[in-house]
Design a protein around this ligand. Structure first.
Ligand code: ATP
Length: 421
């Protein structure tokens, strides 16, 4: 490893880290020093410190046993600790803070796409296994060297050049999820994947097929949690990455506009990533939707949401008819997940259909009869399926404005008594 000129970030840490986190890492550094261990801040937090971006969570790497040190810090901070002994990692949670402790490790990739073989290593091994130079820096936390930047892969220079660069030519072959990560960081940070890395990315795109659907899904989730996922999907489209998810997916202007509308609609909150997912899958056919669900191994609930979205889309023609009775709109739309309905309100080509869906979401779905099943039994409706039918008929009558009080419902049930709906 070339020894670069020492560059100290203690001042930046003082200015940018919340006081409690600064206190935490100083104490951790002292505790590690006593144990004769070396301790480092690593990864995204170093990158974000240098970029003066907001820092939320910390990643700490320990040369040696991370778990024992993590336990000591958990005691001091009365933090909740979760230990994964197999991986030599521990997570500390207290208040809104989350800190990960990891044992420095060296990795070797035996087969593309498979998880690497891992053994304990030095900080320099640990940085060498990382995805991009801008993520492969560390800051030492032991008191004599507190704040010193360790930057063996010239990440700081790449930050200045706003460049995303892999550390070696086989990086995407070892782990093709890095292809998605490259595009994600590029778009999040407003950087550029440098030419040599772009060439490797294009050369190795086929290796995405060596990665499990679970890992691809995880990367897609990370994409959809970003502030403007459409930029990542658009760039992934241009690079030929998106079609690896499914050949019919498009990262085009429609997607960009619809995602932007989703953000406006959800204000003051951010759209849930599931809403973005439903919109991304919106233009797939029912068969293609099933292929995507299978490939990404979506959970039951998420798969249902995507299926619901597709099923509602099949009804858009009917929902486009002007002047539908509210009870008919209700009939078409009840039972589907709210996110799937919202995706259709945003994605439907017909303004009338979108209005009908909004009417359902804002008003119709909240309409219920005043009478309960018990009330109906008291009124002489026979127990069994009839009860549900009468309740549905009462709701439909309410929806269409044929009655609006409990008394009128009673009257209607009595009339139906002789001639039920
Ligand atoms: P952010 O949380 O801001 O997205 P992060 O850098 O903390 O960024 P994580 O996904 O939590 O992102 O990963 C932590 C660090 O682990 C990264 O900075 C990177 O150095 C490394 N890393 C994560 N995934 C990979 C990967 N597939 N290959 C190599 N290194 C990785």
């Amino acid at each position: 490893m070339n020894a670069p000129k020492t560059f100290n970030l203690a001042e930046e840490m003082q200015e940018q880290l919340p006081a409690d986190l600064l206190d935490f890492i100083k104490q951790a550094g002292e505790a590690a020093q006593k144990r004769q261990q070396r301790l480092y801040l690593v990864g995204g937090v170093v990158r974000d410190l240098l970029l003066e971006r907001k820092i939320v969570d910390l990643d700490i790497v320990v040369e040696g046993d991370a778990i024992r040190l993590a336990r000591e810090m958990a005691r001091r901070y009365k933090a909740k600790i979760t230990v994964h002994s197999r991986f030599g990692t521990a997570n500390l949670l207290w208040g809104k803070r989350s800190v990960d402790f990891t044992t420095a490790r060296a990795e070797t990739y035996e087969k593309p796409g498979a998880l690497p073989a891992v053994k304990p290593g030095t900080i320099s091994d640990d940085l060498a296994r990382r995805d991009f130079s801008v993520n492969a820096m560390a800051i030492e936390l032991n008191p004599p060297h507190f704040g010193e930047l360790i930057d063996p892969h010239t990440g700081r220079r790449d930050l200045k050049k706003q460049a995303i660069r892999v550390l070696h030519d086989n990086s995407f072959i070892d782990d093709a999820t890095r292809i998605w990560r490259a595009v994600r960081y590029e778009q999040r940070l407003g950087f550029r994947i440098i030419l040599a890395t772009t060439r490797l990315l294009k050369r190795d795109i086929d290796y995405l097929s060596t990665v499990s659907g679970d890992r691809i899904r995880h990367e897609l989730e990370l994409v959809l949690e970003e502030e403007e996922p459409e930029n990542i999907l658009k760039r992934a489209g241009k690079l030929g990455v998106l079609k690896e998810l499914h050949p019919s997916l498009k990262g085009d202007d429609w997607l960009a506009e619809t995602f932007a509308l989703a953000r406006e609609r959800c204000l003051p909150d951010e759209p849930h990533p599931h809403l973005y997912l439903a919109l991304l899958a919106y233009r797939l056919t029912a068969t293609e939707t099933e292929q995507l669900i299978r490939y990404l191994r979506l959970t039951k609930t998420t798969a249902q949401l995507v299926r619901d979205t597709s099923a509602i889309k099949e009804k858009i023609r009917e929902l486009s008819a002007p002047g539908l009775a509210p009870s008919t709109v209700y009939e078409y739309l009840h039972g589907y997940s709210l996110t799937a309905l919202t995706a259709n309100a945003l994605g439907a080509a017909s303004a009338t259909a979108a209005e009908h869906i909004d009417l359902y979401l804002n008003v119709l779905r909240h309409v219920n009869p005043a009478l309960s099943g018990d009330d109906l039994i008291k009124l002489g409706v026979p127990q069994g399926p009839k009860i549900k039918e009468v309740l549905q008929a009462l709701r439909a009558a309410r929806l269409d404005g044929l009655l609006d009080s409990k008394e009128e419902e009673v009257e209607m049930v009595r009339e139906w008594g002789k001639n039920p709906p």
